[in-house]
Design a binder for this molecule. Structure first.
Ligand SMILES: NC(=O)c1ccc[n+]([C@@H]2O[C@H](COP(=O)([O-])OP(=O)(O)OC[C@H]3O[C@@H](n4cnc5c(N)ncnc54)[C@H](O)[C@@H]3O)[C@@H](O)[C@H]2O)c1
Length: 394
């Protein structure tokens, strides 16, 4: 690292690179984006132009082998993460990798070996921990402000219609002929590509599974039912999960869907209930980069009678430098440069590690296994067979 400036390469120039990684390296005085990689030349050139990056690789391995680079952001689809991590670690590069960090626990164990052997930093990109609102909840839980927490529930949905409805398919194909590939631009592979290893839950469970562990500690059991509402999809697109924890009596419920009509950009609502009160939170679509809102309903006789609540809108500074994505990247830069994380205001020991990333995938696979076998799964996960959607009678 020359002059204490981190030289970064970003692998995959799709949605998350543009929202969660590139803008924040670009804003940082302690990092330079020196290279980008994407097999899609159009996306690669567009990102290169936007961020004034000259080294553009269509083969991600060429970026990973580039000796000028100190650290990589892995923003490729799930199935590419394991190979890219092992290669980057073997080249001595620090890594921040998008969730899920892999689709197979054995592969993740190989990633862990490579990271440990080469003593590089690996940060899992589960950015919700860095959200000022979720961090405030963590701190309040530690201080016992909610008393004994007995229940948490998350209700999170988006709406993506069945893309194989004839008029939608016809329109998509027509636009594709004009050079506008909506499916590609919206990352439809997560619902249609077998290599993703799962569908909507592979994509979204890691976020709240990670937050649940952050708040309540290790998960003891997982009970779940998952469904594939639209048969045009390769995997599940809807599910409900129930978690218990090793060291507390909290019950956590997570409901997730891609199929619910409602708010155009979806809805992400949460509740945490303790013996001293409840917090209700409402999180705007993550790509909006807007603050979340928390309402606190604390128990006291006065509050009980007048139903008083304290509403807190978690404010971000105007330049959004205190957003979850920005704080995630700032923390990664600090780790790579060997600096304290005080300027971010987020303790080093809370930064998600490769072991947290592994745990999140274990949670996803336990969800599938529970639904497939109609059993409650006790962690650690001892065996796993993927759901064969082709043979599933629905
Ligand atoms: N943390 C979050 O909030 C969040 C949000 C969205 C996506 N993600 C994760 O980020 C990853 C990427 O998702 P996305 O929404 O940006 O998808 P996307 O389809 O928008 O972008 C992926 C990009 O990777 C490129 N690509 C394909 N194969 C590649 C390979 N082998 N190596 C390098 N690049 C390759 C594609 O051409 C595309 O430009 C996924 O793992 C996803 O789960 C995280």
């Amino acid at each position: 690292m020359s002059n204490n400036i981190l030289k970064v390469g970003v692998i995959g120039c799709g949605i998350i690179a543009k929202i969660g990684h590139l803008p924040w390296y670009n804003h940082s005085k302690e990092a330079n984006i020196v290279a980008l990689a994407d097999p899609d030349e159009k996306k690669l050139k567009k990102a290169g132009k936007l961020y004034n990056v000259e080294k553009l690789y269509t083969d991600p391995n060429d970026l990973i082998d580039d000796p000028e680079i100190d650290a990589v952001s892995i923003c490729s689809p799930h199935w590419a993460h394991a190979q890219q991590t092992v290669r980057a670690a073997d080249n001595g590069k620090h890594i921040i990798c998008e969730k899920p960090i892999g689709t197979d626990l054995n592969q993740i164990d190989e990633m862990i070996k490579a990271v440990e052997k080469n003593q590089v930093i690996f940060q899992t990109a589960t950015q919700k921990r860095f959200s000022p609102g979720f961090q405030m909840i963590k701190e309040d839980l530690l201080e016992g402000k909610l008393g004994d927490v007995f229940h948490a529930s998350i209700y999170w949905y988006h709406f993506i219609p069945d893309l194989d409805i004839p008029w939608i398919r016809k329109s998509l194909d027509f636009l594709k002929k004009l050079g506008i590939d909506i499916e590609k631009n919206m990352g439809a592979w997560r619902l249609t590509d077998e290599r993703a290893g799962g569908g909507d839950l592979m994509d979204h469970v890691p976020h709240y599974y990670d937050l649940f562990r952050f708040w309540f500690g290790d998960v003891a059991t997982v009970s779940a039912q998952v469904r594939r509402v639209y048969k045009s999809r390769a995997h599940e697109d809807h599910g409900a999960m129930l978690f218990s924890f090793k060291n507390c009596e909290t019950i956590a419920v997570f409901e997730r869907s891609q199929n619910i009509t409602g708010r155009v950009k979806g809805e992400e609502l949460g509740r945490i209930h303790g013996t001293k009160g409840s917090y209700y939170f409402d999180v705007p679509h993550e790509y909006n980069l807007e603050p979340m809102e928390i309402k606190k309903f604390m128990f006291s006789l006065k509050n009980y009678i007048v139903n008083r609540k304290k509403k807190i809108k978690i404010k971000y500074p105007k330049d959004k430098w205190n957003l979850s994505y920005a704080r995630e990247i700032r923390s990664f830069i600090n780790q790579c440069l060997g600096k304290s994380n005080e300027d971010v205001g987020f303790p080093e020991e809370w930064i998600p590690t490769i072991y947290d990333g592994r745990a999140a995938l274990e949670g996803v696979l336990a969800t599938y296994e529970s639904s497939r076998t109609n059993q409650t799964i006790h962690l650690p996960l001892k065996s796993y067979s993927p759901i064969n959607w082709k043979n599933t009678v629905e």
